[in-house]
Design a protein around this ligand. Structure first.
Ligand SMILES: NC(=O)c1ccc[n+]([C@@H]2O[C@H](COP(=O)([O-])OP(=O)(O)OC[C@H]3O[C@@H](n4cnc5c(N)ncnc54)[C@H](O)[C@@H]3O)[C@@H](O)[C@H]2O)c1
Length: 266
């Protein structure tokens, strides 16, 4: 309950899926939370704030499209004004959409994913850098697609690999100041990002209206452990470890939470 006692964390993409889970799990361990997301997610962001409060934390919500550096700067400054300096930044917001073959992908589709998943992470770091507490921890959310490629994911896999390069560079630049930077690599996680009809159709092109159960069988076959996906809290526990002093000498590295997906050979 005290691994992050009175520390302030900033989480992007806080209205949904893993972002909400990170906010709540970190609050359970004593953190106060600056929770950011798009204005369109206001209702869901308020629900995250409610759950953080129930978990014992104080939550300040803010709106920012992570593609817009100024919006992020304003939202971070507002949060810090209320809660104090940031001990952990979790650059979590991202999109997984418009999958297709590389040579058929439009510039618009490519640019949107790169702008959100890569430039958004960069903007999150630069907006929060002036507000970091001593020995702060920066956690960039990548993916198993940041470790290996996959057909029809050129934009997504490229963005998630690039986030690793960004984290490794920042770890070099910020290490002398005692600031750590790492990436987290979830496999399939039970969130709205993959639990939706478009992903089920991609996984089961042989079926007319595939269900979650149909998709689960395919996803389970990709993992070493006998599960189709991990839960958001499994990733939040890795984020919590990296945010806490328990990982005080871990920087520039990757933590994979994927039920063995990246290591499966057959
Ligand atoms: N779910 C998975 O299987 C999975 C696997 C590996 C990595 N990831 C990564 O984990 C992170 C969280 O994903 P999730 O599964 O919780 O997804 P999700 O779709 O449930 O939540 C994503 C959140 O990001 C926000 N967001 C999207 N675009 C934004 C923008 N431009 N500015 C600000 N906020 C924006 C959305 O509003 C949403 O609240 C993402 O970076 C994703 O790529 C997810």
């Amino acid at each position: 309950m005290t691994r992050l006692k009175d520390k302030v964390v900033l989480v992007t993409g806080a209205a949904s899926g893993m972002g909400r889970s990170h906010c709540v799990r970190l609050a359970e361990e004593g953190a106060n939370v600056i929770a950011l997301d798009l204005p369109v997610s206001e209702q869901e962001l308020n629900e995250t704030a409610r759950q953080v409060t129930v978990a014992g934390g104080t939550c300040v919500t803010g709106f920012a499209d992570i593609r817009d550096a100024q919006q992020l700067k304003d939202a971070a400054a507002h949060g810090v004004e209320s809660l104090g300096k940031i001990a952990a930044v979790v650059a979590n917001a991202g999109v997984y959409a418009d999958m297709g073959l590389s040579w058929e992908m439009t510039d618009e589709v490519w640019n949107r994913t790169i702008d959100i998943n890569l430039t958004g992470a960069w903007n999150t770091v630069t907006a929060t850098a002036p507000h970091l507490a001593e020995n702060a921890s920066i956690i960039l959310v990548s993916s198993t697609n940041g470790i290996k490629g996959g057909a029809r994911t050129a934009h997504y896999s490229s963005s998630k690999h690039a986030v690793v390069g960004l984290a490794r560079t920042l770890a070099n630049e910020l290490g002398p100041q005692g600031i750590r930077v790492n990436t987290v690599h979830p496999g399939s996680v039970a969130t709205p990002m993959i639990l939706n009809a478009a992903v089920y159709a991609k996984l089961r092109p042989d079926l007319e209206n595939p269900t979650q159960e149909d998709a689960a069988a395919v996803l389970a076959s990709k993992n070493l452990l006998p599960v189709p996906w991990v839960d958001p809290v499994d990733v939040s526990n890795a984020v919590l470890f990296l945010a806490s002093d328990e990982s005080r000498y871990i920087t520039g590295t990757q933590i994979v939470v994927d039920a063995g997906l990246t290591q499966k050979t057959a």
